[in-house]
Design a protein around this ligand. Structure first.
Ligand code: TYD
Ligand code: MG
Length: 474
């Protein structure tokens, strides 16, 4: 009797095994392995002696077609793509359910359609009526977008090919709902996701349409079947944001045709997603008072300066290991800044719980935020507020040195535009030329000296306990 082949596929990385396991050996994911029907593969035979068609190799330079970009008219989105969508390319738009992917892409489709560029929107999640309702609510009801609700890939491809004139952009929402009838696995499994994406990408290449595929991210922040999809598409766009906050950030994490460090900022309103062209104003509270533990970081996201508030709270901890909680920044980097403050500036946080938050739900990746984080921590620890009219930036090295960062002039200019008067910055910023008063720092202990007069030098060490902690005026 022939044994039935069993086939177990990790839904996170796509690794295939012959038995189930709680943890995937390839990617280390837990509970990601699911049994799928084995694809009927024939044994590899090798190429044999038959010759193929001879390839024509060409020189590296030569006449190329100029890259055409399809602008959706949503500047925040177009910039993330690198200036617009590329015909014949495929992009994955990933994000948590309910974050606004369908809304954004419907607006993008309507934007293209309004310019006379035909678009198709295929939804496997919502019915036609539901999408029409949304379109009407967004005031897009009149846009000539070809709309369909379907999940069978065979029907979708046949339908798309029949549209005249052929669409220049096709939106498929979402990849996890589609299925190929030639596969036995359920929609949303790696096999289906991979096969559906492959067919859609082939359609895009063939027809020259720009393809936008929506993909849901699981709770752990992974697109189901993520690695497989990320490798297949040209562009991966993440749509992120906190549910409790009304703004959303679009970020490219892979882009064959553009930058990956640009962000697009949107605000979710009753009438859909609204572009935020001056995000600093959004991330900074309108009436700021000087409160200890907050510092304004002059950051850069892509090509755009962005001011954000960094908040720290330092409270005495019960004996044991103190808490380190970070939202919007790297926890490893916080540990480094705390260690540098202790080792190089004598300011210990051992007996304290430390909470660090980037206000507004933004996630900062730049090392240039080190100095602002350190300032917020020192201010929280000493309970001395920083100057509310000052911005801070600079990278901190392990020896306690404050290192220069890129684009100091752009950071200072944005701060000046928003009414700030002073900047704490690395030494080279003084040469950047700006209307701000620049206070340069060479080492992190200068920061502590500046902010910590309430802490006598002898008490800055680990010997400070909550009981003998000097009070703010002491
Ligand atoms: P949606 O685009 O359906 O999210 P996704 O496709 O990523 O799952 O957005 C759903 C959320 O957005 C829902 O909670 C309602 C909210 N929303 C608004 O606040 N205003 C609007 O105009 C629209 C269309 C949606
Ligand atoms: Mg949706």
């Amino acid at each position: 009797m022939a044994r039935v082949e069993r086939h177990f596929v990790c839904q996170a990385c796509g690794a295939v095994g012959s038995r189930w396991a709680g943890r995937c050996d390839s990617c280390g994911g837990w509970n990601t392995i699911v049994e799928e029907a084995a694809a009927r593969e024939t044994a590899p035979k090798g190429l044999g002696a038959k010759r193929g068609r001879r390839l024509d190799f060409v020189a590296l330079d030569g006449p190329g077609e100029p890259l055409v970009r399809l602008e959706t008219g949503i500047a925040e989105l177009d910039r993330v793509f690198g200036g617009g969508l590329i015909p014949g390319s495929a992009a994955l738009v990933a994000g948590d359910p309910g974050i606004g992917k369908s809304t954004l892409l419907l607006q993008a489709a309507a934007g293209l359609a309004a310019k006379g560029l035909p678009c198709a929107y295929v939804s496997g999640e919502e019915g036609v009526e539901q999408i029409r309702l949304r379109a009407n609510r967004l005031g897009l009801g009149g846009a000539p977008v070809a709309l369909a609700a379907a999940t069978s890939l065979r029907d979708i491809l046949t339908g798309l090919e029949a549209i005249t004139p052929p669409p220049v952009a096709v939106i498929v929402d979402s990849i996890q709902t589609l299925f190929l009838d030639s596969l036995d696995s359920a929609p949303g499994t790696v096999a289906q996701v991979r096969a559906a994406a492959h067919e859609l990408i082939r359609f895009a290449k063939r027809s020259g349409a720009a393809l936008l595929i929506v993909g849901h991210v699981t709770k752990e922040g992974m697109i189901a079947g993520p690695k497989v999809l990320e490798h297949m598409v040209d562009t991966v766009i993440y749509f992120e944001g906190e549910r409790g906050h009304q703004f959303r950030i679009v970020r490219a994490i892979k882009n064959r045709f553009g930058p990956t460090d640009e962000i697009g900022v949107f605000e979710m309103t009753g009438a859909g997603l609204k572009e935020v062209s001056n995000p600093s104003a959004l991330f900074l509270p309108a009436d700021r008072a000087a409160v200890s533990g907050t510092a304004i970081f002059a950051g850069i996201e892509g090509t755009r300066p962005l001011l954000v508030e960094i908040q720290a709270l330092v409270v005495s901890a019960p004996p044991g290991s103190p808490r380190r909680t970070v939202v919007g920044w790297d926890s490893g980097r916080l540990a480094m800044v705390l260690a540098v403050l202790e080792a190089r500036a004598g300011l210990a946080f051992g007996g304290y719980d430390v909470f660090l938050n980037v206000a507004g739900g933004l996630r900062i990746e730049e090392p240039a935020a080190d100095l602002a984080v350190a300032a917020a921590l020192v201010s929280a620890r000493t309970e001395i507020p920083l100057d509310a009219k000052a911005v801070i930036f600079g990278e901190i090295g392990l020896s306690g040195e404050v290192r220069p960062v890129a684009q100091a002039a752009a950071r200072l200019k944005e701060a000046e535009k928003l009414g700030f008067e002073r900047a704490l910055a690395p030494r080279d910023a003084a040469a950047a030329g700006s209307g701000l008063v620049i206070e340069t720092l060479a080492r992190v202990d200068e920061l502590v000296e500046r902010l910590g007069p309430a802490l006598p030098a002898a008490r800055r060490s680990g010997a400070v306990t909550p009981r003998n902690r000097p009070d703010r005026h002491g």
